[in-house]
Design a binder for this molecule. Sequence first.
Ligand SMILES: C[S@@+](CC[C@H](N)C(=O)[O-])C[C@H]1O[C@@H](n2cnc3c(N)ncnc32)[C@H](O)[C@@H]1O
Length: 183
Amino acid sequence: MKHEPTPLEIFLTKLAFLLYGKSVYKAFSDRLPLNGDEQVLDFGCGMGTVAFYVAKKIPRGHLTCLDISRRWLKTCRKTLRGYKNISFLSGESQPPTKDSFDVAYCHFVLHDIPERELEKVIPALAGALKSGGALVFREPFKETKKIALIKSLAEQNRLIPKDSRITDVPLMGNSLECIYIKQ
Ligand SMILES: C[S@@+](CC[C@H](N)C(=O)[O-])C[C@H]1O[C@@H](n2cnc3c(N)ncnc32)[C@H](O)[C@@H]1O
């Protein structure tokens, strides 16, 4: 279901970005498998908290920021003004093209998506990756049912688990981070 943020939600997210930019969002971006020339998809980019750090890491690559919410995308454009290697997509869950990304990441996005929609989103994300590409997600650890579904859908769609870790994220608590590689 489409949800547009209130001005208060946007304000609080900006505050979290100011307070925890390096410890939460940069730390996540530092663990993405990037060399500098990748095609990257930020699925559910929000205000661009992670994208702000990822864009700097791929000077010879390109970052596509996709969000279902026009208001978040507008805020994201402001966060990322000045960068040349970014495009923005307003999406109803479907990444745009097949076999085109080296890395696709979802940062606190998938647990919010209803199960029936996840059954379309995960295959679409898997399809959008090149062979050998990586899907990375970070979700609240307590969302055990959603996480089990996400993992099962990933494995049904040619994605092989490579690595996972639990991190303690301020305001969100323990969170699970997983990397899957497309066969
Ligand atoms: C909790 S926010 C996280 C934003 C950002 N990734 C971060 O960590 O700051 C979830 C974001 O996912 C977006 N979103 C939710 N469902 C979506 C869908 N089906 N397709 C694309 N974006 C979606 C929301 O609009 C929102 O911007």
